[in-house]
Ligand binder design. Structure first.
Ligand code: FAD
Length: 376
């Protein structure tokens, strides 16, 4: 998603762009359900791909955060921020399909399926060796952007090391069908070791993301659909009425991985290759879209890229944005994953405080939406 979005963004210039992707185009196996912030929606609208996403996108008008077994909740509304929506939920497979329509693909060269084999650079050029249709092919360019995900080959070939935090937790993702309307409210309900998010989807459905310790998620995967539904109803409660049925369940490990460097002269890492965040705070793609906007601007300002670009300004903005997103997702993963008496005491108090204290609540909302830096 990140590589194709960047290619589309840069295709508005005279640059010649090639997109290399190991996966075939049919991404029916991608089960991620993505919450996009309002800023991300604006960015994708400017790229003219929102029309293709709109039929599959559900609006988030309100966010309701609560803590099982404790009083207190935090409610954030789009109207508090004078916005038409706090965000939208779209299945990842439709984002991929919208990015890869024939019309969009004609704006740059595509090698797919094609695997990166080698990478090198001199002061004047960078070169990649890819394998496609059983043959090796060499591409040379002024810039190579590694948007090749969590296990980035670009990162490995460039010898860039990573810092990893393993939360020893997993996310179970499914789609839940409801008996009544969700009224565009996104719920996140924290419990002892994790959280259940129920995000509004089209057709009276919710994206269910249950994060918990590995052993609990493994045992939830063993349950029959009806037993899982019953357990979900018991843990989540009746805020969305009676839950009718679920679709297939999929699991994802919760880890935070951060590349120690994101730029090496003519080679840049972006998206999950630069930072993989826990999905608990729905930040990964939103952060990457913000990076794409900043990177595209930096590149276009420094055309024709005959000398190594000056990355200083980009790096300073990228670090600021990344540290905000990392603090939110690491904070949520860590604080809510621990049964600690002080934390248990602070959780409901903090939530009540947040709901009563409007300026602070708005500050928090703007922070999550990427409109504010956590330090400002
Ligand atoms: C369960 C779950 C829920 C999430 N929910 C949200 C959310 O609500 N909001 C949000 O903002 N983010 C969310 N995220 C995070 C988001 O999905 C990622 O941050 C984002 O998709 C990263 O995209 P990417 O393109 O960097 O990486 P990927 O989507 O992993 O893509 C990497 C690409 O690189 C290609 N590739 C890999 N190796 C090679 C190679 N050697 N040669 C050629 N190509 C290669 C792959 O084929 C693939 O197409 C969620 C993640 C998960 C797991």
């Amino acid at each position: 998603m990140v590589g194709a979005t960047l290619a589309l963004t840069l295709s508005q210039s005279d640059l010649r762009i090639a997109l290399v992707d190991a996966s075939p185009l049919n991404l029916g196996y991608d089960h991620r359900l993505i919450a996009l912030t309002y800023n991300s929606f604006c960015f994708l609208s400017d790229l003219n791909i929102w029309n293709a996403l709109a039929p599959y996108a559900e609006t988030i008008k309100k966010v309701h955060v609560s803590d099982r077994g404790h009083f207190g909740k935090v409610c954030l509304s789009a109207s508090d921020l004078q916005l038409p929506a706090l965000g939208y939920v779209v299945p990842a497979k439709y984002i991929n399909a919208a990015l890869n329509t024939l019309d969009n693909k004609n704006k740059y060269d595509t090698f797919r399926p094609a695997t990166l084999k080698n990478i090198s650079q001199t002061t004047s050029r960078a070169t990649v060796v890819i394998e496609t249709e059983g043959h090796e092919k060499i591409l040379t360019a002024n810039l190579i952007i590694g948007a090749d995900g969590t296990h980035s080959t670009v990162r490995k070939l460039m010898d860039i090391s990573t810092e990893t935090i393993d939360y020893r937790q997993k996310a179970l993702v499914t789609v839940t069908h409801l008996n009544r309307a969700h009224h565009n409210i996104a719920y996140e309900r924290f419990h002892g070791n994790g959280a259940i998010a129920m995000l509004p989807l089209t057709q009276q459905r919710c994206a269910t993301i249950w994060t918990d310790d590995n052993s609990i998620i493994d045992s939830l995967m063993q349950l029959s659909d009806s037993d899982f539904l019953q357990t979900l109803q018991k843990q989540f409660g009746y805020r969305l009425g009676r839950l009718l049925k679920i679709d297939s369940r999929h699991i994802y490990p919760l880890k935070m991985i951060k590349a120690k460097e994101v730029v090496k002269e003519r080679i840049i890492l972006i998206g999950n290759a630069a930072h993989t965040l826990s999905p608990i705070a729905a930040q990964g793609l939103n952060l990457a879209l913000a990076e794409i906007a900043m990177l595209a601007k930096t590149i276009l300002q420094q055309l024709p890229l005959s000398t190594i670009p000056n990355w200083e300004q980009y790096l300073s903005q990228q670090r600021q944005q990344q540290s905000t997103s990392m603090r939110i997702s690491h904070g949520l993963s860590k604080v809510f994953a621990k049964q600690h008496s002080l934390v248990n005491l602070l959780r409901p108090l903090g939530m009540i405080g947040l709901d009563l204290n409007n300026p602070f609540k708005n500050y928090f909302a703007r922070l999550v939406m990427g409109k504010k830096n956590i330090l400002s």
